[in-house]
Unconditional design. Structure first.
Length: 152
């Protein structure tokens, strides 16, 4: 519930005593909100660009790596180019190499390039205890039937 409205007599008294609060015009409020919006949007763009750059640099933990960066030195232009980040990332790769995966380690950039085989298709994969070939069942019903038929 809004506070009760003050009368003009009370407002005149406040003005005479010098205790009246200046009222902000809607234009001032609108400018303040626009400035805050622009600042927040720029920060979101900068953070997204930094996260993308750290992911491309193979950072093990982008949030942890971000904490080691000096955010004041990183600027993003209107066209989306980042300045000040590459030098910091290279410096971190030298000084704190544990924050980044080694070259050639980790993901190769392609998903599924090993075909789902953790050994990369080089054999040595799953071998049943009973010997022979692993089961190649394509649906759950066949798999259950096979388990119940062999276990008896």
């Amino acid at each position: 519930m809004p506070p009760p409205r003050r009368g003009t007599a009370a407002a005149r008294t406040e003005l005479a005593q010098g205790t009246a609060r200046p009222r902000r015009s809607w234009r001032t409020t609108s400018k303040d909100l626009q400035t805050r919006y622009d600042t927040d949007t720029a920060n979101i763009r900068r953070d997204a660009a930094i996260d993308l750059a750290l992911t491309r640099a193979h950072a093990r933990d982008p949030q942890l790596t971000r904490a080691a960066l000096s955010m004041d030195d990183i600027k993003i232009s209107a066209d989306g180019k980042i300045t000040g980040l590459d030098a910091q990332v290279e410096s971190l790769k030298k000084d704190k190499a544990w924050l980044f995966e080694e070259d050639g380690a980790g993901q190769s950039g392609k998903q599924g390039d090993k075909g789902g085989n953790p050994n990369g298709g080089q054999g040595g994969g799953y071998n049943p205890q009973s010997g022979g070939n692993p089961n190649t069942v394509n649906d759950l019903g066949s798999a259950l039937a096979e388990v119940y038929n062999t276990n008896g």
